[in-house]
Ligand binder design. Structure first.
Ligand SMILES: [Ca+2]
Ligand SMILES: [Ca+2]
Ligand SMILES: [Ca+2]
Ligand SMILES: [Ca+2]
Length: 233
């Protein structure tokens, strides 16, 4: 049981040569790029302020990319990915192909942005629906019609599906929620994770493009995720 701490502006590479006694790699104070490949021991890995490249080992790792556009891959095991408290602090991360939904699989920890939240439904909301489903304090799956997720792959498109009456989603004035947009088929998995905060643009009651920030992209059939795949505390 040992912690390896990385600081400073230099690029740092840590591989599983560090050995299985290292259970925590803390780069949260680093400003240089961190490249990590964790050992077979379950490891808690904290990235720094820039875009890091973090790969877990075969056990259940806990990975926090931190700020910057990180590349995060837990590898085998039921890994947990920890998101930041705002989209700006999180950055737009890219998740490796081994992110997996379902019972006993990986977890997305949204406690910092949406404490006390929940999964709205394990069934995806169709992007072209008209029910104005309110997803305040919730994670909602928003289904597109194609593999390229053309309907939901920009902040402007997601905002347009929330703002106004008679479209797919709505959000309580001043509210926060998380949209996981993408393809809900196994053949062409594709997911975009957005933090939505109506207050971000300084105008409550109107969800604009500036209120919607992408925090992650994953090769994932969105409705393979279950309530068990999310943490809100
Ligand atoms: Ca980072
Ligand atoms: Ca990040
Ligand atoms: Ca792992
Ligand atoms: Ca707003």
């Amino acid at each position: 049981m040992a912690t390896l701490t990385v600081t400073g502006a230099g690029a740092t590479t840590i591989t599983n040569a560090v050995g299985t006694t290292v259970t925590k790699i803390d780069g949260s104070a680093a400003t240089g790029k961190l490249t990590v490949v964790a050992s077979a021991t379950a490891t808690t890995i904290l990235g720094g302020t820039t875009g890091d490249d973090i790969t877990g080992g075969g056990a259940a790792d806990i990975i926090t990319g931190g700020a910057g556009a990180d590349i995060l891959a837990g590898a085998a095991g039921a890994d947990t990915y920890v998101f930041a408290s705002t989209g700006a602090l999180n950055g737009a991360d890219v998740f490796g192909a081994n992110i997996v939904g379902g019972a006993g699989a990986d977890k997305l920890n949204f406690a910092a942005f949406l404490p006390g939240g929940s999964l709205l439904s394990a069934t995806a909301t169709e992007f072209n629906g008209t029910a104005d489903t309110n997803f305040a304090n919730s994670v909602v799956f928003l289904a597109s019609t194609d593999a390229a997720v053309a309907e939901v792959d920009t902040a402007a498109e997601v905002a347009a599906l929330i703002q106004g009456a008679g479209n797919a989603l709505s959000l309580t004035s001043g509210g926060k929620g998380i949209v996981i947009g993408g393809d809900n088929s196994t053949a062409t998995p594709n997911a975009k994770i957005y933090f939505v905060n109506d207050a971000l643009d300084g105008v409550n009651g109107n969800v604009s493009t500036a209120d919607v920030v992408i925090v992650g992209t994953a090769t994932l059939d969105i409705d393979t995720l279950l309530a068990a795949n999310f943490l809100f505390a």
